[in-house]
Design a protein around this ligand. Structure first.
Ligand code: HGY
Ligand code: MN
Ligand code: MN
Length: 413
């Protein structure tokens, strides 16, 4: 029997509607815990209720929409992603997975289809980890894998998690109640834009994700000596920005020339006192290395720390390196990949198997259930930018495959 068809126009309208929340001339600003994020969450919960979901918020602020199945003893099949964006980001990253999941539930409701398994739509808190620098926060809380430093962190405004979580209906004092045990969920499926160039270049409509990258991230502070820019001889300076620049070039060298890991990035830098006529006293910057191999991340960290010790000795500065909780790579089981390929073939959609260079909530959820990810093409491979774009057809193809995937899993498990 042919599977039910999602409504492509309705899906793309819901993407446009959500895309207006936090949209500015500089791109999407729906950063986690911001007023735009609070508004986007309220909008999304309203949509979830309209498709018959019972909506709750767990202590980590994750939004959980649940619908019973015909066999209540079965563990729920979950669909989801995130709606928080990076600053000046795009309107498809995360949003497609959430709006696609809601469209699947709307289609089932329209066609009066009840699945055997209960269904859940999950909207995870602070996937990006930009405002509040600990990414995959909600999904790691649900997977029971938060570290102590996740709970004591403060964001760039010096505000802690307790306040931020209260603003979105979470509760830090009960954070560990967000954890769900293995077996509570039957599977977790995530539709997402590729955020890279592979599918667009090959003209393939659906990506079957084979694994999700790991990440080693650090907050680095270089402390030198602020001094007068006009009177301080070059040989007597301890210029924190000069030393930081040497280390920033090292990050690039570790990933490119030395090929120790796949990519390395410094995305955020702050200089103090940040004045034209003052030799910089301190510089704080972010570092992240990514690779599907944990050993490569370990080697990249070691090389970075070795270079930092050299810069300390040569420049007479101190370099403090604080590691964020590591994100381990998550392979996706072949049988879950095959299910995505089968769901795609149901609609004659060609597939390509590829790893994800981006991190996703699915990699956290892999700790407690079987996961699968569906990618659709990002035009020119652009993401985390106002230029991020996926065509309405691509978004509809992805949502259709998500629905077929859920129905195949519902029949099989
Ligand atoms: O940064 C990432 O890889 C993802 O978009 N959070
Ligand atoms: Mn994302
Ligand atoms: Mn992202």
């Amino acid at each position: 029997m042919p599977s039910p068809k999602i409504n492509a126009l309705r899906l793309n309208h819901s993407l446009e509607d959500l895309g207006r929340i936090g949209h500015t001339d500089q791109g999407m600003q729906r950063v986690a815990f911001s007023a735009f994020d609070v508004e986007g969450r309220a909008h999304t919960m309203d949509l979830m209720r309209r498709v018959g979901l019972e909506v709750t918020i767990d202590p980590a602020g994750n939004i959980i929409g649940r619908r019973d199945g015909s066999e209540p003893g079965l563990a729920a099949i979950a669909l989801g992603s995130h709606i928080d964006t990076v600053p000046s980001g795009g309107k498809y990253d995360g949003a497609l997975g959430v709006m696609g999941a809601i469209e699947c539930l709307q289609t089932l409701q329209d066609q009066r289809i009840t699945t055997r398994h209960p269904l859940e739509v999950l909207v995870f808190t602070n996937e990006e980890g930009t405002g509040f620098p600990h990414w995959l926060f909600g999904s790691r809380a649900m997977a029971g894998s938060l570290a102590a430093e996740d709970l004591t962190a403060v964001d760039q405004e010096g505000i802690g998690l307790e306040t931020r979580l209260q603003a979105i209906g979470g509760d830090l004092s009960r954070i560990h109640e967000a954890a769900r045990s293995p077996g509570e969920l039957s599977a977790y499926f995530e539709l997402h834009i590729e955020q890279g160039p592979a599918l667009d270049r090959s003209g393939t409509p659906i990506g079957v994700v084979t694994g999700i990258t790991g990440r080693a991230a650090f907050e680095v502070e270089v402390a030198g000596a602020a001094n007068h820019a006009g009177t301080t001889p070059m040989g007597l300076r301890h210029d924190a920005l000069l030393s930081a620049s040497r280390l920033i070039l090292t990050v690039e060298r570790i990933a490119s020339e030395l090929e120790i890991c796949r990519v390395g990035t410094v995305g955020r830098v702050s200089v103090s006192p940040n004045a034209t006529n003052v030799v910089p006293g301190t510089v704080a910057f972010s570092v992240e290395f990514r690779d599907v191999d944990s050993n490569a991340l370990t080697a990249a960290e070691a090389e970075f720390r070795r270079n930092a010790a050299e810069v300390e000795a040569s420049d007479g500065v101190s370099v403090d390196i604080q590691a964020l909780p590591p994100t381990i790579p998550a392979p996706i089981k072949p049988e879950m990949q095959d299910l995505v390929a089968e769901a795609s073939a149901n609609h004659g959609l060609a597939t390509e198997r590829l790893p994800s260079g981006a991190g996703h909530d699915a990699q956290a959820m892999a700790a407690i259930t079987g996961v699968a990810m569906i990618f659709v093409p990002s035009i020119d491979g652009i993401s985390h930018s106002p230029l991020e774009f996926s065509t309405p057809q691509a978004c509809a193809d992805g949502a259709q495959v998500l629905l077929d995937l859920l129905l195949l899993a519902d029949q099989r498990e």
